[in-house]
Design a protein around this ligand. Structure first.
Ligand code: FE
Ligand code: FE
Ligand code: MG
Length: 165
């Protein structure tokens, strides 16, 4: 925790930390959803889908790291108990009970769309002028989420085209 680094933040730091912790819960749950999805997925283009899910899991894990590091920098505590994550997250957790590729893709696309909307809302609350570091971090994470959505929708489109061929 750096005192000057916190002093320059132009918004309520407690509110800021709360927003970041909620996003941390989202990222942790997204990480697990992708990670376990890659283990169980079945169906057309399984290995492509598996590879993409694994890659996204790693990227969600990186996002969780970025958020946790920023929370600590701001003098906060990252969520200590994973049990509370489901309750405070913005996007929740979509249990992949059906291992079919299409079902898994649809669940994860929904998750990415929620992530994009969540970060977009966060950027309205965390103004660049008030906290350029958090705002810039969120913008970077958002770029990945936009890429994730597109990646998954492209695979889904390919599988649909295979069915028509
Ligand atoms: Fe993410
Ligand atoms: Fe994502
Ligand atoms: Mg990707």
């Amino acid at each position: 925790m750096g005192t000057k680094g916190i002093e320059i933040v132009g918004m309520d730091v407690k509110v800021l930390i709360e927003l970041l912790n909620k996003a941390l819960a989202d990222e942790w749950l997204a990480y697990y959803q992708y990670w376990v999805g890659a283990k169980i997925v079945k169906g057309p283009m399984r290995s492509n889908v598996e590879a993409e899910l694994k890659e996204h899991a790693e990227e969600e894990f990186k996002h969780a790291n970025m958020l946790a590091d920023r929370i600590v920098q701001l003098g906060g505590t990252p969520i200590l108990n994973p049990k509370v994550m489901g309750g405070i997250s913005n996007c929740g957790y979509d249990e992949p009970t059906d291992p079919h590729v299409m079902k898994i893709l649809e669940q994860n696309i929904k998750g990415e769309q929620c992530a994009i909307a969540t970060y977009s809302n966060m950027l309205k609350k965390i103004k660049f002028a008030d906290d350029p570091i958090s705002a810039n971090m969120i913008r970077k994470i958002m770029e990945d989420e936009v890429e994730h959505e597109e990646d998954l929708q492209a695979i889904k489109e390919d599988i649909e085209m295979m069915k028509k061929a």
